[in-house]
Design a protein around this ligand. Structure first.
Ligand code: ADP
Ligand code: ZN
Ligand code: MG
Length: 425
């Protein structure tokens, strides 16, 4: 038998949205709150007689993501559904989610087609003890959560990782979510199957992926495991698997429930939404509110600044660095030669300085002073060694490079007569 199995991967990514309050009540949205059960109220605790109210900001965040990826927004009709299941982390006995009419459908990101993005509420946090009880913290219950589902079009782990990283970046650009994976603000589930034919194989869903690296490792592991199971005459069963970070392998958790078992139906407690009729959700207004997006920034830096791709990525990944190079570009009036020198200092020396502290602190260094330094280097007024020393002082204490150079006797003498005199002496 040939060994050529084609992997198919689809991602389901949850992100906790940036809002002041929870999805359906006035409780504070503070996922970092350490003290348990302080951000709770009768609504998110599902006391009888309470009614949920939709959080406008959460809806807006999801619509912005949709707009950014060129998706269709459900302007004519969208609704919330009840996803029924019984578990201590879900006080209502159902999760308010979206089923048939999600806020967003279609679109693509990083070359991967997106199926849909819907809005739902987060679950509480269970803490299982070794004794005969579990503790539940409801601070997280009812936090606004978006879920993005991709089409089964990803073919390898690297592409999946790239997609997830780009989504994180987009969410941060939009201010929609902090999307920190270690903090659980962004959670990735990977559906993986392998097949030798045109028909997809049975998929397995892997959860508990707490970093981009784990996403990639888990996918690679599953492709290998599934291939081996089939090669040795076995069958893949549709199930949910976890990722063991220590062993670097997936393990069986449970047979997956099919969607019918959730008995989805429209939540009668919530109004259906016609977004077109709500002023803040006007598509033109939404478009205008979008910032420059990561891929737009990449294109601009390439075209206008003519920088190397790897340098561009530093400015795209760090909004602070990006703003800084933009200010510097203004100071040097877009001069390509000066920008190149500037960028070299930023991506090597400055980035190097920040690596030690981990925090890029550009607070003392003004783009104006930095541009002056670059001009001095360009005119050979200072040596490159000297420039590095001056830059360090500028970052730590601030100040004008000309003055720092004079004070420290660092100006290079390029006057020939002057030099001759020194040599003769
Ligand atoms: P379910 O009903 O089990 O939730 P969906 O059809 O909603 O399945 O798909 C969930 C995710 O799994 C999507 O990201 C989709 O792209 C992906 N997916 C679906 N079928 C496969 C498959 N055979 N192999 C890999 N991924 C798949
Ligand atoms: Zn509440
Ligand atoms: Mg599904």
């Amino acid at each position: 038998m040939s060994n050529v199995y084609i992997p198919t991967i689809g991602l389901e990514i949850h992100a906790e949205l940036n809002t002041k309050t929870k999805m359906f009540c006035q409780c504070k949205n503070d996922p970092q709150q350490k003290e348990p059960n302080v951000n709770i109220c009768p609504v998110c605790m599902a006391h009888p007689g309470t009614l949920p109210v939709i959080n406008k900001q959460a809806v807006k965040n999801v619509l912005k993501v949709g707009k950014a990826i060129g998706a269709r927004l459900a302007m004519n009709f969208t609704e919330f559904d009840r996803k029924n299941y019984f578990y201590p982390d879900i006080p209502r006995g159902y999760q308010i989610s979206q089923y048939k009419y999600p806020l967003v459908d279609g679109g693509s990101l990083s070359g991967v087609e997106v199926t849909r993005i819907h809005l739902e509420e987060d679950t509480a946090r269970s803490q299982h003890s070794s004794g005969d009880y579990s503790l539940v913290d409801y601070n997280r219950a009812g936090l606004p959560l978006m879920e993005l589902v991709t089409e089964p079009v990803v073919k390898d782990a690297e592409t999946a990782g790239r997609f997830a990283r780009e989504l994180q970046l987009l969410l941060r650009y939009l201010g929609a979510s902090e999307a920190n994976m270690e903090k659980g603000q962004m959670r990735v589930e990977a559906n993986i199957s392998v097949s030798k034919t045109n028909e997809f194989g049975t998929k397995v869903e892997v959860k508990n992926l707490n970093s981009f690296k784990s996403v990639e490792k888990a996918i690679e592991y599953e492709i290998k495991r599934q291939t081996e199971v089939i090669e040795s005459g076995g069958n893949i069963i549709q199930e949910t698997r976890g990722w063991d970070e220590n062993k670097q392998e997936t393990f069986s958790q449970r047979k997956k429930e099919s969607s019918e078992e959730y008995r989805y139906f429209p939540d009668p407690d919530l109004p259906k939404l016609v977004l077109d009729e709500i002023k803040d959700f006007d598509e033109k207004v939404l478009s205008k509110e979008l910032p420059e997006l990561p891929w737009e920034k990449r294109a601009r830096y390439k075209e206008k600044y003519k920088l190397k791709d790897e340098d561009i990525e530093i400015y795209v990944q760090s909004i602070e660095y990006g703003n800084f190079i933009d200010y510097v570009a203004k100071e040097v009036k877009g001069d390509e030669g000066l920008l190149k020198i500037a960028s070299n200092y930023i991506t090597s020396d400055l980035a190097g300085m920040f690596k030690e502290t981990g925090i890029p602190d550009l607070s003392k260094l003004t783009s104006k002073d930095f541009a002056s330094l670059v001009k001095m280097v360009n005119k050979n007024d200072i040596s490159s060694r000297g420039a590095k020393d001056i830059l360090k002082i500028m970052v730590e204490e601030g100040g004008n490079p000309q003055k720092i150079a004079e004070d420290n006797d660092m100006l290079q003498k390029s006057d020939e007569g002057e030099l001759k005199k020194i040599i003769e002496e």
